[in-house]
Design a protein around this ligand. Structure first.
Ligand SMILES: *Cc1c(COP(=O)(O)O)cnc(C)c1O
Length: 410
């Protein structure tokens, strides 16, 4: 299948940005020329060796790539089944995978002569990555953030300020990530000439979902090479957590045409995928609709109102999912499951205790699914999960969930 273009899963999106029934470019007439200009510039950069040479140089010397592929020996032993590997993207500069993509978009912005970068952020991770790369290149950085998130994510807000970014708390709508994204789009239309909009996941109008996927695919490309070296073959199962879906798409994409490789995306199940919608599982518990310029599965009520979702992990509470995942789900190439807060917390603790790695709560969801399936699989089955972020940012949330007062440790 890998050599048969007519059966490839790697050809999407089409020229209109469609992955099957999903994706596209649902934007106003004022936004359309901006989107088309971006697409033309990205198409040029994509086949330009000097663009990728600059990326490779910064990935190596600024981000710290390649990130290691690590055999989690004690976890493997404890579970008594499949052999478990972790792709250590939590070791990247700024502590997660987001910088892989931000670097690509900002190098593109520089080629386009844009001096002002805008971004939206929920938990603040994408905002921190964007502020970081803007500081490195001396670019003005403006970050839109829901007013409620500004309060909840004080440490990341301060980080962004230290890095020189301007934070704009968004009070329109309900002051959430969705509203911050809408305000960022409005800013872009108003300041077309000097401004570049840097999106943090595989969402938004075409070409963003494909462009962000291409930048994050460095994760899966490295895994192919590293697994070949470690095991002399491809992994049997890939597992990654899904907010909007960028770290997962980055791991999955280079393996889509290897049909013997199982692909599993893990959504945040919050308190359980129930009728009260106290979760963020857009695929498992949502319906197709249009948001942020693309058609995909969304958390919505019966009237089509977008719901906020609920998860212990702030980084997973995007109300949609990247359109390529919606397509992979519909055609059955990838499988999507959900993990509850309680299960993710247990996996978080196990990872700390058995591997000496404090994971972010997002990849703890992926790890929780590994804990579920590894014991049922033979010892020669190889699982690779994406450890896409470190947990330093989450220790206060975890302490609270486990019923500790921070002062008790003094
Ligand atoms: C932002 C974030 C996520 C969710 O975003 P994706 O686009 O789904 O990858 C997951 N993990 C970490 C550590 C994050 O910072």
């Amino acid at each position: 299948m890998a050599n048969d273009l007519f059966n490839s899963f790697m050809t999407g999106p089409d020229e209109n940005g469609r992955f099957g029934d999903f994706g596209g470019r649902f934007v106003s007439e004022t936004l359309m020329p901006l989107i088309l200009e971006l697409q033309a510039e990205y198409d040029k950069a994509k086949t330009d060796d000097s663009f990728w040479a600059e990326m490779d140089d910064l990935w190596e010397h600024y981000v710290g790539r390649p990130s290691p592929l690590y055999h989690a020996e004690r976890l493997t032993e404890e579970l008594g089944g499949a052999k478990i590997y972790m792709k250590r993207d939590e070791l990247n500069h700024t502590g997660a995978h987001k910088i892989n993509n931000v670097l690509g978009q900002i190098i593109l912005a520089r080629r386009m002569g844009k001096k002002r970068i805008i971004a939206e952020t929920g938990a603040g991770q994408h905002g921190v990555a964007t502020a970081t790369v803007c500081a490195k290149f001396g670019l003005k950085c403006v970050v839109y953030m829901g007013a409620h998130d500004v309060e909840r994510q004080a440490p990341n807000v301060f980080r962004m300020r230290l890095l020189g970014a301007e934070i704009i708390p968004v009070t329109s709508g309900r002051g959430t990530l969705k509203d911050a994204m809408n305000d960022a789009l409005r800013d872009w239309v108003t300041n077309v000439r000097d401004t570049f909009y840097c999106i943090g996941t595989v969402a938004g109008p075409h070409p963003y979902p494909a462009m962000v996927r291409d930048f994050q695919s460095i994760i899966g490309k490295e895994v192919r090479t590293q697994m070949e070296r470690a095991e002399g073959r491809l992994p049997d199962t890939l597992i990654a957590a899904i907010g909007g879906g960028s770290n997962a798409m980055g791991l999955f994409y280079p393996f889509l045409d290897d049909k013997e490789v199982n692909i599993i995306g893990v959504e945040a199940g919050g308190k359980g995928v129930n009728a009260k919608m106290e979760h963020c599982a857009s695929l498992t518990g949502g319906r197709p609709g249009v948001l942020h310029g693309n058609r995909t599965y969304l958390l919505q009520d019966d009237d089509g109102q977008i719901l906020e979702g609920f998860s212990i992990s702030a980084g997973l509470d995007y109300p949609g999912i990247g359109p390529e995942h919606a397509w992979l789900h519909d055609i059955g190439r990838a499988k999507y499951v959900s993990i509850t807060d309680v299960e993710a917390l247990a996996a978080f603790q196990k990872c700390c205790e058995l591997e000496g790695i404090i994971p972010a709560l997002e990849p703890s969801h992926a790890l929780a699914h590994v804990l579920k399936i590894a014991p049922t699989l033979p010892k020669d089955h190889i699982i690779c999960m994406n450890m896409c972020g470190r947990g330093d940012k989450d220790i206060f949330t975890v302490a609270k969930a486990l019923g500790f007062e921070m002062g008790e440790f003094a």
